[in-house]
Design a protein around this ligand. Structure first.
Ligand SMILES: NC(=O)c1ccc[n+]([C@@H]2O[C@H](COP(=O)([O-])OP(=O)(O)OC[C@H]3O[C@@H](n4cnc5c(N)ncnc54)[C@H](OP(=O)(O)O)[C@@H]3O)[C@@H](O)[C@H]2O)c1
Length: 287
């Protein structure tokens, strides 16, 4: 596994395992166990995915030493603010059966994020969280949070994939000292991305799969990715990206696929704020 160094000195695995929509009580611990066995060291969950206890089971079942794993969870909108976030952190730790989280993110850029951030800073001082970050924050908003608090976010987890490449934000975040992390690195399979002729041709040239090419492209751009699959053979295949290199010409071919259109709604659109604010307990049905 390769690692990226964060602005707080902590090291984060370059490729992680995503767990959104993994909620089956049998399948989920198995998938987490399979991911760790396949070499993933970063696991991404969130309170709103309603699977933290199943993810925790998978980790326990696997038996990997805690210090070899990098675990991320996130606070949802309904737990925004100082008191609620303090509670949410403890509840996530309990569900995951862990003493600390490696990374904790504000999941959405809405509500009392300053209150949440203070709770997160305190939890970091108390040793409950190693690194603090945010998700889906527009560049101006992460800058605002960073400028007016003690701890600067280490991460912004945003949607990045060949359909939605976010080059301007990636450049901005890196220049400002914040590590970009790609959610939906496969665009959730949207619009036949796994059979796209350009990606397929590049994959064939390296004797690799299209998923591997997408994750390698992100890695070469200096972006952490979290790929989800429920299927053991795909879990294994997806993470195997460190034995080939995409050429500059291939990187440019993939860059040309950018549509600047993600699978998620525009986070600066008031309609998105209204829609996401309705989801309090889990995201089932959000799509
Ligand atoms: N911060 C946020 O707001 C946010 C939002 C969304 C997601 N996330 C995080 O990011 C992670 C990844 O995003 P995502 O799960 O939405 O989407 P994704 O990883 O882009 O795509 C997952 C989809 O791709 C399929 N897939 C995986 N590997 C494949 C392969 N090699 N060949 C063909 N199909 C393949 C999966 O199907 P199978 O499972 O059947 O293999 C699944 O349908 C999430 O799990 C979650 O942890 C964060």
């Amino acid at each position: 596994m390769e690692f990226f160094e964060l602005n707080d000195g902590n090291k984060m695995p370059a490729v992680g395992f995503g767990t959104y929509k993994l909620t089956d009580p049998v399948e989920t611990p198995k998938a987490v166990d399979a991911a760790i066995n396949a070499g993933y060291r970063l696991i991404d969950t969130a309170r709103v995915y309603s699977n933290e206890s199943l993810v925790g089971q998978g980790i326990k079942q696997n038996g990997i030493p805690r210090d070899q794993l990098f675990l991320t969870s996130k606070v949802w909108i309904s737990d925004n603010g100082y008191e609620n976030t303090k509670k949410a952190i403890d509840e996530s730790l309990k569900a995951l059966q862990l003493d600390y989280l490696d990374l904790y993110l504000i999941h959405q850029p809405y509500g009392d994020n300053y209150g949440s951030w203070r709770a997160m800073e305190e939890a970091q001082t108390a040793g409950k969280i190693k690194s603090l970050g945010v998700s889906n924050f527009p560049d101006y908003q992460i800058t605002d949070l960073a400028q007016f608090n003690k701890v600067k976010p280490a991460i912004n987890q945003i949607e990045i994939n060949p359909w939605n490449q976010e080059q301007a934000s990636v450049d901005y975040l890196k220049g400002y000292g914040i590590q970009p992390e790609a959610w939906a690195p496969f665009a959730q399979g949207y619009d036949h991305i796994f059979t796209n002729p350009t990606l397929k041709q590049i994959a064939d040239a390296h004797n690799k799969g299209v998923g591997q090419v997408m994750l390698r492209w992100l890695f070469q751009r200096g972006i952490v990715s979290i790929a989800k699959s429920a299927k053991p053979e795909r879990i294994k295949e997806n993470v195997d990206i460190f034995d080939f290199t995409l050429s500059d010409a291939e990187m440019k071919q993939i860059a040309a696929l950018d549509r600047k259109e993600g699978v998620s709604a525009d986070h600066t659109d008031p309609k998105t704020v209204l829609r996401l604010s309705q989801y309090t307990t889990n995201l089932n049905g959000l799509d």
